[in-house]
Design a protein around this ligand. Structure first.
Ligand SMILES: NC(=O)C1=CN([C@@H]2O[C@H](COP(=O)(O)OP(=O)(O)OC[C@H]3O[C@@H](n4cnc5c(N)ncnc54)[C@H](O)[C@@H]3O)[C@@H](O)[C@H]2O)C=CC1
Ligand SMILES: O=C(O)CCC(=O)C(=O)O
Length: 404
C-alpha cells in the first residue's frame, strides 16, 4: 500500500462529505527536509537517509515522532505527518503536524552507534526544528534515550538549554512520567468509552509488542483476557489467556514473544483473523486490507498503530458493523502527553503523574464524544468523522492567517 495515497483518500472523502474545501491546500506538505548525513559506526563513516516533514503548521509548530526503520520512505513520512495534522487538530492541541524518519535497521547497531546516528540526524535538520518550530518525539524503534541524545545535540548547536525541543525525554531531562505509557493509556480511555456503546466478548489480540502493544497489554491485563500477541518475528495464541508479566520477561530476555512457551505459534496474518472481541493493531501500517477485512471477526478494532487499515478495508468493516476506533483518535494519547510535557518544559514546572493522567483522560474522552457526535450526524465511520472535525479546525486557522 502507498500510505500517502491512503491518507489522501480519507482527506478527500472527508472534505467532500462535509463540504470543507481544503483538499487542494493540504494535498502536499508545506515542507519536506530530506537529508543524507554521516555517522561514525563500527563500519567507519556511514551515510544515512533521513526525512523530516512539516505537513501543515497553521495551528502551531509541527509536532510528531521520528522513527528508525529500514523501510522508511518519503511517502511514508509524509503520510505519518499528515496523520499528525489530523490527530493534533482533533485533540485540540496547539500544534501542526510533522514526522521524521531515518532509513536504518536499529537491530544491526549497538547503543553507541545509534547515539551517533541520532546526533547526526539532528545536525542535519537542526535549523528546521525548535521548541516553537517543530518538536520531534519517539516513534517506532526510537525511545527516551534517543530523544535525550537528540536534545543534547540540538542544545550544543544552539548553545542554550532547550528542553522543549523534543518530547518523550527521560524524566530527569524534563520528560513526563506518563509519556512511556501515554499512547496505550489514551487508547485505553477510548476503548472504555467504546465498550459502553458496543458490548463485546472480553478477549483481545494485540499485534506488535513494543511501546504501544506492551503498554496496552499491561493496562488490559486482568480486566480482559489477552489470548494472542505478536511482534516482527511472529505470534502466539493461548485460548486460556497469556501471562503478560511473564511474556514481558520473555520478550526482554530473548527478543521475541514467540519464545513464550505453552502457546500455539501463529503468524501475524492469522492473529488479525482470530475470533476475539477486540483486535489491537499496534505495529505497522497497511495490515488490514480489502484482502482480509472480510475475515476479521473482532467487533472492535483499537488502532494504536498509525495507518493499519486501508480505506477499502474500512468500508468493508463498517458494513459488517465492526467499530473501528481510528488511529488519529485511538493513539493520540502519545502526542497529548507530549503536549503536557512541552507545556511543563515551557513553564519550567513539570506536570506530575496524577495531573497528567487527569488531563489526558479529559482530552481523550472529550475527543471521543466529539467524534461520536459527528459520526452520528453524518452517519459515517469514526475515521471520517475525526477528519471532518480536524479539517474544519485547520481550515479556520488557515483562514485567520490569510492562507486561504
Ligand atoms: N510510541 C508512541 O508514542 C506512538 C506510537 N504510535 C504507533 O504505534 C505503532 C507502534 O509503535 P511503537 O510501539 O512506538 O514502536 P516500537 O518500536 O516500540 O514497537 C514496534 C513493535 O512492532 C513490532 N513489529 C515491527 N514490524 C512488525 C511486523 N511486520 N509485524 C508485526 N509486528 C511488527 C516490533 O517487533 C515491535 O514489537 C506505530 O505505528 C507507531 O507509529 C502511535 C502513536 C504514538
Ligand atoms: O508525541 C509526539 O509528539 C508524536 C507521537 C507520534 O509520532 C504519533 O502520534 O504518531
Amino acid at each position: 500500500m502507498n500510505p500517502k495515497e491512503e491518507a489522501l483518500k480519507v482527506l478527500k472523502e472527508a472534505d467532500e462529505v462535509a463540504n470543507i474545501d481544503v483538499y487542494e491546500y493540504l494535498k502536499e506538505p508545506e515542507r519536506v527536509v530530506e537529508t543524507y548525513f554521516p555517522a561514525r559506526t563500527k563500519n567507519g563513516i556511514e551515510y544515512f537517509k533521513g526525512y523530516r516533514v512539516q505537513y501543515n503548521t497553521a495551528l502551531g509548530p509541527a509536532k510528531g515522532g521520528i522513527r528508525f526503520s529500514p523501510t522508511v520512505t518519503k511517502e511514508e513520512v509524509e503520510a505519518l505527518a499528515l496523520w499528525m495534522v489530523i490527530k493534533n487538530a482533533l485533540l485540540g492541541l496547539p500544534f501542526g503536524g510533522g514526522k521524521g524518519g531515518v532509513v536504518v535497521n536499529p537491530k544491526e547497531y549497538e547503543e553507541w552507534e545509534l547515539e551517533n546516528i541520532a546526533r547526526g540526524f539532528v545536525r542535519s535538520i537542526a535549523e528546521f526544528i525548535g521548541e516553537d518550530k517543530d518538536i520531534p518525539a519517539p516513534d517506532v524503534y526510537t525511545n527516551e534515550r534517543i530523544m535525550a541524545y537528540m536534545m543534547d545535540e540540538y542544545e550544543k548547536i544552539v548553545r542554550h538549554k532547550a528542553f522543549g525541543v523534543i518530547t518523550g525525554k527521560p524524566i530527569i531531562l524534563g520528560g513526563n512520567p506518563v509519556r512511556n505509557i501515554a499512547t496505550s493509556l489514551g487508547g485505553y480511555y477510548v476503548l472504555n468509552e467504546a465498550v459502553k456503546l458496543k458490548k463485546v466478548e472480553n478477549t483481545v489480540a494485540i499485534q506488535g509488542f513494543g511501546n504501544a502493544g506492551q503498554g496496552i497489554a499491561k493496562l488490559l491485563d486482568g480486566q480482559y483476557k489477552i489470548v494472542a500477541v505478536s511482534d516482527s518475528k511472529g505470534g502466539i495464541y493461548c485460548k486460556d489467556g497469556i501471562d503478560i508479566e511473564k511474556l514481558i520477561e520473555v520478550k526482554k530476555k530473548t527478543g521475541s514473544v514467540i519464545n513464550y512457551e505453552g502457546c500455539e505459534k501463529i503468524t501475524n496474518e492469522q492473529l488479525l483473523e482470530l475470533d476475539v472481541g477486540i483486535l489491537i493493531p499496534a505495529a505497522i501500517e497497511g495490515v488490514i486490507t480489502k484482502q482480509n477485512a472480510d475475515k476479521i471477526k473482532a467487533k472492535i478494532i483499537l488502532e494504536l498503530a498509525n495507518g493499519p487499515t486501508t480505506r477499502e478495508a474500512d468500508k468493508i468493516l463498517y458494513e459488517k458493523g465492526v467499530l473501528v476506533l481510528p488511529d488519529v483518535l485511538a493513539n493520540a494519547g502519545g502526542v497529548t502527553v507530549s503536549y503536557i510535557e512541552w507545556v511543563g518544559n515551557k513553564r519550567g514546572m513539570p506536570f506530575n503523574e496524577k495531573e497528567t493522567k487527569e488531563l489526558l483522560k479529559e482530552k481523550m474522552v472529550h475527543a471521543f464524544l466529539d467524534v461520536l457526535e459527528v459520526s452520528n450526524k453524518y452517519n459515517i465511520d469514526m475515521r471520517l468523522a475525526s477528519y471532518i472535525i480536524a479539517l474544519e479546525r485547520v481550515k479556520q486557522a488557515m483562514r485567520y492567517r490569510g492562507l486561504i
